[in-house]
Design a protein around this ligand. Structure first.
Ligand code: ZN
Length: 372
C-alpha cells in the first residue's frame, strides 16, 4: 500500500490525508476537494507533466495549496499515489512541510521583499508586484540544480494581480525554453488578465468552489471548530475555505468578550465611541438577544464590584475591567449602573417585541450607556 502523509491513509479522493500529523497551519495547509483536479493529475502521471500549469478559479479554494502539495510529492523520497501521496517523514517532505524546501521557489511577498533587499533596494514600494529584482531572482534560482536531485518547482501565486513586464518577460523566456528539470505553477483568479503569450504556454486547470459541507467538515476536523459554528461560517464562505478561515480569524475573541469590551468602553470613556460588537451575522435577531443578555451580565457584575460584593466569583480579567469602569465613573456609580441596567433591559425588550433592526437597537443602547 502506498504511503501517505497521515497514518490512516484514506482511499477516497475527498478524504485523502491533509497535512502531516501535528503540522496543520504550518507552511502546508490541508488540501481538500477539487476531485477533478486530482483526477486530472492522476491520469496525467508524474512522468508526463507539462512544464507549466495555470491553476485558475475563485480565491480560497486550494490553488496555491495544491501547488505546494504537488511540489512536495515530486520531491518526496518515498512517494505514494500521484499527485498527493507524500510520505511526510523523509527529509524533503519535512523541509516541504516546514516551508523551507530548496527545490520549491514560492514567489510570494516575502520572496519579493527578499529580492529587493538582496538588490540593495529600498522597501517602500508595493511588494505584491514582481519587479526586476524578483524576476532576476526567479531566473537565478531556477537555473540552479535541484538540491534533492528532482525537479525545481516555481510557484507564482496570484499571477494575474502580482505582475509587471519584468515578470512576464522573465517567465516568458523560461516558458519558451522548457526544461524537463523545471515546473512552473501559476495561480490566478482572473486568467484573462494574463498575457496570451504566457497563457498559451501553460496548461489551464480550473478549480471550483468547495461545498459548504466540505468546508464545514474541514473546519471541524482540521481546525477544531465546534460543529454549529463550522456550519454557520461555511454557509457564509460561498465555497471559499480561505474566506472561512479568514472569517474565523476576524471573529477573534468570543461574543461575550466583545460585548464586555463594548459596554465597559461606553461606561468608562463616554466621550469616545467604542466599537460595537460584531455579530457573526448568521441569525442577527438571536445574536442580538445573546449580546444583550451578555450586556446585562456585564452591567450586573460591574454593579457587584461597585458595591464591593461578590467580586471573588469573577475571573481576573473581568474583575480588572470592572474595577477600571468603577474607578473611571467616579461618583454615584451604583445609581448610574442601575440606570445602565434599565437601558439594557429596555433594549432587550425592543429586540424581542419590535422589528427595529438589531444595529439600531445596539446604537440606541450605546447612546444610553454613554450618558448614564
Ligand atoms: Zn517524503
Amino acid at each position: 500500500m502506498p504511503k501517505h502523509g497521515s497514518p490512516e491513509a484514506p482511499t477516497q479522493a475527498t478524504e485523502r490525508p491533509v497535512g502531516a500529523p501535528g503540522n496543520a497551519g504550518a507552511a502546508m495547509k490541508p488540501f481538500v476537494g477539487q476531485d477533478a483536479v486530482v483526477e486530472f493529475f492522476r491520469r496525467t502521471g508524474e512522468n508526463n507533466l507539462a512544464h507549466a500549469y495555470l491553476f485558475w478559479g475563485p480565491r480560497g479554494v486550494g490553488k496555491r495549496t495544491f501547488a505546494t502539495w504537488l511540489a512536495a510529492r515530486l520531491h518526496c523520497e518515498n512517494p505514494g499515489d500521484f499527485p498527493l501521496g507524500m510520505c511526510g517523514r523523509c527529509g524533503p517532505c519535512l523541509r516541504s512541510l516546514a516551508g523551507s524546501s530548496g527545490d520549491t521557489v514560492v514567489v510570494d511577498e516575502e520572496f519579493i521583499r527578499e529580492a529587493d533587499r538582496l538588490a540593495g533596494k529600498a522597501l517602500e514600494r508595493k511588494t505584491d508586484v514582481i519587479g526586476i529584482e524578483a524576476s532576476r531572482r526567479i531566473i537565478t534560482l531556477m537555473q540552479m540544480h535541484s538540491y534533492e536531485g528532482g525537479r525545481l518547482v516555481c510557484i507564482v501565486p496570484n499571477f494575474d494581480y502580482a505582475t509587471g513586464d519584468p515578470a512576464y518577460n522573465a517567465l516568458l523566456k523560461e516558458l519558451e525554453e522548457p526544461s524537463p528539470g523545471k515546473l512552473f505553477l501559476l495561480t490566478a483568479e482572473r486568467p484573462d488578465r494574463i498575457p496570451a503569450t504566457i497563457r498559451s504556454r501553460t496548461i489551464a486547470v480550473p478549480f471550483v468552489p468547495l461545498t459548504d459541507e466540505l468546508i464545514a467538515r474541514t473546519l471541524r476536523e482540521h481546525y477544531g471548530v465546534e460543529a454549529k459554528r463550522a456550519d454557520a461560517v461555511a454557509r457564509r464562505a460561498q465555497g471559499s475555505l480561505g474566506d472561512a478561515l479568514a472569517a474565523l480569524e476576524g471573529e477573534g475573541g468570543s461574543l461575550f468578550e466583545a460585548v464586555r469590551e463594548w459596554v465597559a468602553g461606553c461606561l468608562r470613556e463616554p466621550r469616545r465611541i467604542p466599537r460595537t460588537p460584531a455579530l457573526p451575522g448568521d441569525d442577527p435577531r438571536r445574536e442580538t438577544a445573546e449580546a444583550l443578555r451578555f450586556a446585562r451580565l456585564v452591567v450586573r457584575d460591574a454593579l457587584a464590584v461597585a458595591l464591593g460584593g461578590s467580586a471573588h466569583v469573577l475571573d481576573p480579567e473581568s474583575l480588572r475591567i470592572y474595577e477600571g469602569v468603577v474607578a473611571a465613573m467616579g461618583s454615584d456609580v451604583p445609581q448610574r449602573l442601575i440606570h445602565a441596567s434599565r437601558a439594557v433591559a429596555e433594549a432587550a425588550r425592543l429586540a424581542d417585541e419590535t422589528n427595529i433592526p438589531p444595529a439600531q437597537i445596539l446604537g440606541w443602547l450605546q447612546v444610553n450607556l454613554r450618558s448614564v
